[in-house]
Design a binder for this molecule. Structure first.
Ligand code: KIV
Length: 271
C-alpha cells in the first residue's frame, strides 16, 4: 500500500534476526481486508492466511474442502490491507501432495495472483520433493509439523501429537530436514511443550508454536479464536483476549430492538 511507504517491512530475514536475538515473533491468522488492516496496524510480525478459513469463514468441519481459488481470494484481500507484516499463505489440501510439479505451479499461482510473500505446507519427509521444487523457484516456504489438520482423517482426532518417543524423534528429524531444505520457519501445532522447546533449540530457523508451549521462538493463534468470536472452541492452549461473541450478540440484539421500535434512525441519522 502506498500510504505507509516508509514502514520497515517484515521479511524472512527479519524473522531470522529476531530468532538470533531471542526476540519473540507474533503471528495471527487473517482472511479478509478489514481484519488484516487492524492486525497489521497493531504491529503483528506475520499474518497467516490459514486454510482454517475453511472452518471460520466458510463453516466447514475440516480444512480439507477449501480450494486454491478460495485461498487466493482470501490472501489477495489480506495483501491489500498489509503495510508491514509478512504474509504467509497456506497451500490447501490437494494442491501440493500429489506431485511436485503441480505443487510448484500452484505455489506460483498463489504468489502471482494473491501477492502473498510466502507459502506454508503441512508435513515433513513425505512432501519434501514439493518443498524443494517450490524453494528452487525462489518462493519462501514455512513448514508445519505436529498436528497437521489436513491429515485429520489419518489421525482420526485433534488430540496432542508426538507424545510417544518414536513420533517425537521423527518430528525432530523432519524439522531438521525442513531446515536443511531451506524453509524459513516452521509452525509446530499441539505438541508437548518440552518437545517443541527441544526442536527450537535443534534448528536455527524460527519455530512458531500453537499449543506448543513457551519454549519456542513465536506464537500463532487463529484470530477468531483469540477474539472469542467462536464461543464453542475452548482448547487449553487458547488465550481469549475478548468475548466478541457476547459483544456482537448484544449489538445485534440492540440494533434489532431499535429497528423494531422505530428508534433507529433518529432525526440526526437521516437526510
Ligand atoms: O490454518 C491455520 O490457521 C493454521 C494455524 C493453526 C497455524 O495453520
Amino acid at each position: 500500500m502506498s500510504v505507509h511507504k516508509d514502514v520497515k517491512k517484515v521479511t524472512t530475514k527479519v524473522l531470522q534476526n529476531m530468532k538470533n536475538k531471542g526476540e519473540k515473533i507474533s503471528m495471527l491468522t487473517g482472511y479478509d481486508f478489514s481484519m488484516a488492516r487492524i492486525i497489521d496496524t497493531a504491529g503483528i510480525d506475520v499474518i497467516l492466511v490459514g486454510d482454517s478459513a475453511s472452518n471460520v469463514m466458510a463453516g466447514h468441519e475440516t480444512t480439507l474442502p477449501i480450494t486454491l481459488d478460495q485461498m487466493i481470494y482470501h490472501a489477495s484481500s489480506v495483501v491489500r490491507a498489509v503495510n508491514r507484516a509478512l504474509v504467509v499463505v497456506d497451500m490447501p489440501f490437494g494442491s501440493y501432495q500429489g506431485n511436485s510439479k503441480e505443487a510448484l505451479s500452484n505455489a506460483i499461482r498463489i504468489m502471482k495472483e494473491s501477492g502473498g510473500h510466502s507459502v506454508k505446507l503441512e508435513g515433513g519427509r513425505e512432501i519434501i520433493e514439493s518443498i524443494n521444487r517450490i524453494l528452487s523457484a525462489g518462493i519462501p516456504v514455512m513448514g508445519h509439523l505436529g498436528l497437521t489438520p489436513q491429515s485429520i482423517y489419518k489421525f482420526g482426532t485433534y488430540v496432542v501429537r508426538a507424545k510417544e518417543d518414536d513420533e517425537a524423534e521423527q518430528l525432530i528429524s523432519d524439522a531438521k530436514l525442513l531446515e536443511e531444505a531451506g524453509c524459513f520457519a516452521i509452525v509446530l501445532e499441539k505438541i508437548p511443550a518440552e518437545l517443541a522447546a527441544r526442536v527450537a533449540k535443534s534448528v536455527n530457523i524460527p519455530i512458531i508454536g500453537i499449543g506448543a508451549g513457551n519454549g519456542v521462538d513465536g506464537q500463532v493463534l487463529v484470530v477468531h479464536d483469540m477474539l472469542g468470536i467462536n464461543n464453542e472452541f475452548n482448547p487449553r492452549f487458547l488465550r481469549k483476549y475478548h468475548n466478541l461473541y457476547q459483544e456482537m450478540l448484544g449489538s445485534f440484539h440492540r440494533y434489532i430492538e431499535d429497528v423494531k421500535t422505530g428508534d433507529f434512525p433518529n432525526e440526526e441519522e437521516q437526510y
